[in-house]
Design a protein around this ligand. Sequence first.
Ligand SMILES: C[S@@+](CC[C@H](N)C(=O)[O-])C[C@H]1O[C@@H](n2cnc3c(N)ncnc32)[C@H](O)[C@@H]1O
Length: 273
Amino acid sequence: MQSPDLKLRVRDYWDEMSCGEVYALDGSAARSLSRQEIARYALEPYIEEFARYADARDKDVLEIGVGMGADHARWASGRPRSLTGIDLTARAIDFTRLRFAMAGYQPRLYVADAERLPFPDASFDLVYSWGVLHHSPDTARCFAEVKRVLRSGGVARVMIYHKWSLVGLMLWLRYGLLSGRCFRSLDDIYFHHLESPGTKCYDVGAARRMVANTGFSECTIRVQLTHGDLLQGAVGQRHRGFLLDMAKRLWPRFILRKLAAEYGHYLLIEARR
Ligand SMILES: C[S@@+](CC[C@H](N)C(=O)[O-])C[C@H]1O[C@@H](n2cnc3c(N)ncnc32)[C@H](O)[C@@H]1O
């Protein structure tokens, strides 16, 4: 499939429902946004640990893929010199605008594509992106754009999906083994069954090579066990069924936390230009 078609399908997917909207389907807009925010940080406390919003102070900060804007509001509370957000979908930008309007902020938000950031070279000190760049057909190009818009010494904090994860194992059981296709590749399963069409996952080596090829000077990568791996919250709503319900009840979370930390679904990447 050609990238432009795939990009449209990615946009259509996220325009139907933003990420985390499942936690916000109740009551007034204000209540919905607050419910989504509460659920997000309760399920995923590692987001705040990784982002370190206080680092925004007096910096020019860009967030790529704002989604419903919870992290974007936290970046604003870090008192940056400027804060800019983009997303491929108008739906996400509208949610984030609403969240900021209710808090009395005037955000700089744009519908834009991570593969062609509409900003001059060296415009930002910090670029943040959580769970976004692996959805875009040309992820390497997104990283090149992140580097281009960063100033020398600037920092990128980016989460992309990890290939060798419990989430991957569950998807392989469901769409490989139980579908009679045990030789189906994980890449193909992720492409077709993990969120928007074309989603990619990386092992640590591949992610490190992608960042290095982009020309960042330093890079650290950490694997994070996630609420998806532990079957917590509303994960798996696309894959509903008896087996998922049973797995959610019987999942040995305590043991997995101890023994499977290296098989988490997120790669937390910090790179310096
Ligand atoms: C899984 S959601 C994550 C949103 C938010 N960062 C969060 O953690 O809730 C993925 C988001 O990436 C956006 N996205 C996908 N491809 C993009 C691209 N090429 N440029 C900008 N945003 C993109 C989608 O519209 C969607 O809002």
